[in-house]
Design a protein. Structure first.
Length: 305
């Protein structure tokens, strides 16, 4: 797994939350017991809503995003295709589809369908940062390493200095340069960002929603009005839900890598170490998968990897 794709979840999420316009909703989702709704309750509500109103493109996007954040990538792609059928001119829908296809693929890192989705996104909006990021990763996979790095530098030049993903793009350039034997340190040292846009936090550990995939005010209407503390709680539920699923499905190598990435983005290094130990034990009879997890852990900076 190339360094760019190991980092994709963190970078892709931060790019997405930056591009999306802020919006407010009047009420926060609650469950039957009056407490904040669980992720499963939010998804069930969206599914019911779409049964009543299948022509709601934004509803399909919310459902696709919700499926994505719970590791149901193939279902996410299906939902995003429904959104695209209803609103084919929305670049965000195409780039979301592409990312879901990347995560759902078991055979190709970035499949032809995913590439087509990203290309369509930039045709609609040449500044779609997520699509640009993954198209550069596709070039790296195709052996066009220098071109990929140039594209990431181009994206970096348009990135506000205080954007939550600024450091991640620099890290991707640094890691891929090291992996491919391309000198990038001097350029990184002199790289210029776009003017700071204000309001961003670059330290993912301060807020879960700035560091790992999780709800944001405009990404899932059911979570839009949650106070920050409750948003953080929902993100934690998602990550813990993934950990619980891996106890039931310990052979899911991609799931373990996603959990490692999420724990590290939250600053939960101890839990990341525990997840690495659990993954190593669960995959003890799958040497290749065990190696993938260890390589990912090392790239993510898990202590002891």
């Amino acid at each position: 797994m190339c360094a760019a794709l190991i980092a994709a979840g963190a970078v892709g999420y931060k790019l997405y939350t930056d591009q999306a316009p802020s919006a407010a909703a009047p009420t926060a989702p609650v469950g039957a017991n009056g407490e904040p709704a669980s992720v499963d309750e939010v998804i069930a509500g969206l599914e019911a809503r779409l049964q009543d109103n299948p022509g709601d493109a934004e509803g399909w996007r919310m459902l696709g995003w919700s499926y994505f954040e719970t590791g149901r990538f193939a279902e996410s792609a299906t939902a995003m295709r429904r959104a695209i059928q209803l609103a084919p001119g929305n670049s965000e829908y195409h780039s979301m589809l592409g990312e879901a296809l990347v995560m759902a693929s078991k055979d190709e890192a970035i499949s032809p369908d995913a590439r087509a989705a990203f290309k369509r996104a930039v045709e609609i909006d040449p500044k779609d940062a997520r699509a640009r990021y993954f198209l550069a990763a596709a070039k790296d996979i195709d052996g066009k390493h220098a071109e990929a790095i140039e594209d990431w530098f181009g994206l970096l030049a348009e990135t506000p200095a205080d954007a939550p993903y600024a450091k991640d793009i620099r890290d991707v350039i640094r890691n891929v340069g090291k992996e491919r034997g391309i000198e990038v340190e001097k350029r990184l040292a002199s790289a210029k960002f776009a003017p700071a846009s204000g309001g961003f936090r670059t330290d993912g550990a301060q807020a879960a929603t700035a560091g790992i995939p999780g709800p944001s005010p405009d990404q899932m209407a059911a979570a839009a009005a949650l106070p920050q503390g409750q948003q953080d709680m929902m993100v934690a539920q998602m990550v813990d839900g993934l950990a619980d699923r891996l106890k039931r499905e310990p052979g899911d190598t991609d799931g373990w890598i996603m959990l490692l990435r999420s724990r590290m983005q939250l600053g939960e290094t101890g839990k990341a170490q525990t997840a690495l130990r659990d993954a190593t034990a669960a995959l003890k009879n799958k040497a290749a998968d065990q190696r993938r997890v260890r390589e990912a852990a090392a790239a993510l900076g898990v202590p002891g990897a």
